[in-house]
Design a protein around this ligand. Structure first.
Ligand SMILES: *Cc1c(COP(=O)(O)O)cnc(C)c1O
Length: 375
C-alpha cells in the first residue's frame, strides 16, 4: 500500500520500516480467544519492579499533576554517585532508546555515516536512517566463531571512514546475546578516531557483569568520545516506565541536553528509578532467577536438538536450523510469545527471554510440541 504523504516525508523516513515490538499478551489472547498466555519476547524482568520502586511509585502518584523536574536532579545525582562521575556527565532518557536517538539527532546529518554491526540492536538502524545519515554495517562474526553472529571488532574498525561520526555497539548485543571481552573492547574504543562518537549500549550490564563483561562507564574519563547508555528497563524491572540514561563527557551531555525534550522522564519514572537503585536485593534476586533461567532454557533447548548461542544477557538466541516462522506460530497457538528475528536477517532463529521457573518449563514444553507438530 502506498502512503499518499510519503513523498512529503524526510528522505530518511521514506525508506524506514518501524520497529517491531514483542506481541502484547492481550493482543494474542484477543486474536486466539485464549487466556493465560506468557510473554518471553522483550527481555523484561519476570519479577517486575522491586518493593522499593513500588513504594516510591505509590508515594509519587499524587505528584503526577505537576510537570517532572526537567533536570532530573535527584536521579542524576544518584547516578553520578553510583558511577563516580559528575552530575553534568549524566543525561536522562525516556528509556535508553531515547538516548540512542538523541545521539543520532545531535551528531548525524545526511552527509555523515554511522557504523554498527550486522545483527546489532534494531534501534540503531532506525535512529541512523531517520537522521538521513548513511549506515555502514560491519559484517558480524561467522557462525563457527566462539561468539557466533556477534560484533567483530576488526570489521567495525575497517568500516570507519572519514565521514563516520558515530559507532553504535551493544555489549552484550541484542538479539544475539554475544559480547566483546574487556581487552578487545577497550582496544577497539582506543583505536577509534577522537572525532567519532562511540556509543556503547550496556542495557544488559547487570546481567553481563556476571559473565565478566566489563563496566565501561569507568572508561569515560580516558575516552572523551565514549558514551555509555544504560537502562532501568531490564534488570531493574521498569520497562513500562521508560527510564534510561547516558554517561559521557560533560560537553557531549551539554549537546544532548540542547536536543532533549525538557520533560522526557516522567514524575513516576524519576521516582521509581531512584528507588530501584537502592534495591540491591531485588537486583540480586533478578540475577539469580536469570542464572537459573539461562541454564534451564539452554539445557532444555539443546536437549530438543536446537542450537543456542552464548548469552551474557537475560535471553537466548536459539538457532532452530529450519524456518522459525511455523514454529513461532505453533508456540503462539500454545499461548507462548517469543521473539522472531527475521527482521534482523535471522529467519531460522527465535529469541527467548528467561522467565520464572514455571514460564521456562512452559516454553520448553510448548517448543517440544511445536517441533513435533512441524517434524
Ligand atoms: C532493551 C534494550 C535497550 C533498552 O531500551 P529502553 O528504551 O531503555 O527500554 C537498549 N538497548 C538494547 C540493546 C536493548 O536490548
Amino acid at each position: 500500500m502506498t502512503n499518499r504523504f510519503e513523498h512529503l516525508a524526510a528522505p530518511g523516513v521514506r525508506r524506514l520500516a518501524p520497529y517491531v515490538p514483542g506481541k502484547p499478551p492481550e493482543q494474542l489472547e484477543r486474536e486466539l480467544g485464549i487466556a493465560d498466555s506468557i510473554k518471553l519476547a522483550s527481555n523484561e524482568n519476570p519479577l517486575g519492579p522491586g518493593p522499593r520502586a513500588r513504594a516510591a511509585l505509590a508515594a509519587a502518584l499524587p505528584g503526577v499533576g505537576m510537570y517532572p523536574d526537567g533536570s532530573g536532579h535527584v536521579l542524576r545525582s544518584r547516578l553520578a554517585e553510583k558511577h563516580g562521575v559528575t552530575i553534568d556527565q549524566v543525561t536522562l532518557g525516556n528509556g535508553s532508546n531515547d538516548v540512542l536517538v538523541l545521539l543520532a539527532e545531535t551528531f548525524l546529518t545526511p552527509e555523515l555515516e554511522a557504523v554498527y554491526s550486522q545483527y546489532a540492536f534494531a534501534v540503531y538502524p532506525i535512529a541512523v536512517q531517520a537522521s538521513g545519515a548513511r549506515a555502514c554495517v560491519a559484517p558480524a562474526n561467522p557462525v563457527e566463531h566462539p561468539m557466533p553472529l556477534g560484533h567483530d571488532p576488526a570489521a567495525i574498525r575497517a568500516a570507519i571512514g572519514p565521514r563516520t561520526r558515530i559507532i553504535y555497539l551493544a555489549n552484550p548485543n541484542n538479539p544475539t546475546g554475544t559480547w566483546i571481552t574487556g581487552p578487545d573492547l577497550e582496544a577497539l574504543i582506543g583505536a577509534v578516531p577522537a572525532e567519532v562518537i562511540v556509543v556503547l549500549d550496556e542495557a544488559y550490564h547487570e546481567y553481563s557483569a556476571e559473565a565478566g563483561v566489563p563496566d565501561a562507564t569507568a572508561w569515560c574519563a580516558r575516552h572523551p568520545n565514549l558514551v555509555v547508555a544504560r537502562t532501568f528497563s531490564k534488570a531493574y524491572g521498569l520497562a513500562g516506565l521508560r527510564v534510561g540514561y547516558a554517561l559521557s563527557h560533560p560537553d557531549i551531555a551539554d549537546l544532548l541536553n540542547r536536543v532533549r525534550q525538557p520533560f522526557n522522564v516522567s514524575v513516576l519514572g524519576l521516582a521509581a528509578a531512584a528507588a530501584a537503585l537502592d534495591d540491591r536485593e531485588h537486583v540480586e534476586a533478578t540475577l539469580a532467577l536469570n542464572r537459573r533461567g539461562l541454564a534451564r532454557l539452554g539445557e532444555g533447548l539443546t536437549a530438543l536438538g536446537l542450537k543456542v548461542l552464548p548469552s551474557a544477557a537475560n535471553f537466548l538466541l536459539c538457532d532452530l536450523q529450519r524456518p522459525a516462522a511455523p514454529i513461532n506460530e505453533a508456540l503462539l497457538r500454545r499461548g507462548v510469545i517469543v521473539r522472531p528475528v527475521g527482521n534482523y536477517g535471522l529467519p531460522n532463529h527465535l529469541r527467548i527471554s528467561t522467565g520464572t521457573a514455571e514460564q521456562n518449563e512452559r516454553v520448553l514444553a510448548a517448543m517440544a510440541a511445536a517441533l513435533a507438530e512441524n517434524a
